[in-house]
Design a protein around this ligand. Structure first.
Ligand code: UD1
Length: 338
């Protein structure tokens, strides 16, 4: 069974390609290499023994998208990761984000709408909830006004898919709202490869631990949480990748209840920034140099998932602990810097 993974050489994409191949799917990757490297294919081959087909395509080029689906007319499912994801950059360059994240989605959906049957998995984010009023966050929590163009592209993306599904009954889609992905494959053959200074907490911690960064800034310790630092739901990328395969199979097997469904993907446990730092110190045996600084504008206080729907309906549950995910992130950092 042939599956297209857009952004398949990126962080979550590459881990999902591994899980798909390990379960016998034939994978075709589209990636424009704007935030990834062709070398990731070597890591995928090292783990699975199978080389996915790779096409370097910029999905903003509509004619190339049309041509791709003509050439690959036996594709049964699409997992769409390809998107820009830096919140700060999106505020500086909103049009870049709307073009990269929205036009590409529209072009793919147009092609899928032409098929007799098409299955589509979308990378969404817990960012759609903003600061939710109650924890843990269920899928029925209201979608709040987006804090950034990046967040808005996820909300608009979900709306585009849901509206398209209403008029294209041959299309079935699932939006997966990720909480905070972290970690790397336990083999340390693939992992996160941030370009430049990492914006996210975990790669900044591991780069500080390895000596690439001098100090981690902890953005605020005066929040109304147990230790004053923000709380998030950190999920191992391999657990996240497995959920994509389960979601895709649900659609392929026709087990979906409606042709557009939404699931939270998190562990259900909230961890503060200081707890994440302590986890790093525990698994690495290193002291982390960090300093408390001012709050980062736009940060929510707390966000962790109610995972009941994913557990009972998808039959999926995150298995890794924060320490296990952190150990994999640290092993990967050590490997790529040695
Ligand atoms: C961020 C985005 C979110 C997006 C996700 C994609 C914001 C407000 N949210 O999530 O929309 O889906 O990235 O990966 O940007 N922290 C520090 N020091 C650092 C970095 C982070 O203290 O150097 C803290 C943050 O204040 C936050 C936590 O660590 O409390 C996690 O931050 P981060 O990894 O950037 O993720 P989110 O902000 O949750």
């Amino acid at each position: 069974m042939k599956v297209l993974v857009t952004g398949g050489l990126g962080f979550i994409g590459s881990h999902t390609v591994v899980e798909l191949q390990e379960q016998g799917f034939e994978v075709v990757i589209i990636d424009d290499l704007s935030n990834s490297s062709e070398k990731v294919i070597d890591g995928i081959v090292a783990i699975t023994g199978k080389k996915p087909v790779f096409e370097k395509i910029d999905l903003k080029e509509k004619s190339k998208v049309e041509d791709f689906f003509k050439r690959h007319n036996t594709i049964e499912g699409v997992i769409h990761f390809a998107a820009s994801k830096a919140v700060g950059e999106s505020v500086e360059k909103p049009l870049l984000y709307y073009e990269n994240n929205i036009s590409t989605l529209v072009y793919i959906l147009k092609e899928l709408s032409k098929k007799d049957k098409a299955n589509f998995i979308f990378s969404s984010s817990c960012t759609v909830y903003g600061q939710a009023d109650t924890m843990p966050i269920t899928e029925s929590a209201p979608v709040k006004a987006a804090e950034s163009p990046y967040g808005n592209t996820k909300q608009i993306g979900e709306e585009i898919i849901s509206e398209t599904c209403k008029v294209a009954p041959s299309l079935s889609a699932i939006a997966l709202r990720y909480f905070n992905p972290m970690g790397a494959h336990p083999s340390a053959e693939i992992g996160e490869l941030p370009i430049g200074v990492p914006q996210n907490l975990v790669p900044f911690i591991t780069q500080t631990g390895i000596g690439m960064r001098q100090q981690l800034s902890v953005f605020g310790d005066d929040y109304p949480t147990t230790d004053g630092t923000c709380v998030r739901d950190y999920i191992h990328v391999v657990d996240l990748a497995k959920a994509h395969v389960i979601a895709l199979k649900r659609l392929i097997d026709g087990k979906n209840v409606t042709n557009y469904e939404v699931f939270n993907l998190g562990t259900g446990t909230g961890s503060s920034v200081l707890e994440v730092i302590h986890s790093f110190e525990k698994v690495s045996g290193k002291k982390l140099n960090y300093k408390i600084v001012d709050r980062r504008p736009g940060d929510v206080i707390s966000a962790y998932a109610n995972t009941e729907k994913a557990n009972s309906v998808l039959g999926w549950k995150a298995e890794s602990t924060l320490d296990q995910a952190m150990k994999s992130a640290w092993d990967w950092e050590v490997k790529i810097r040695s």
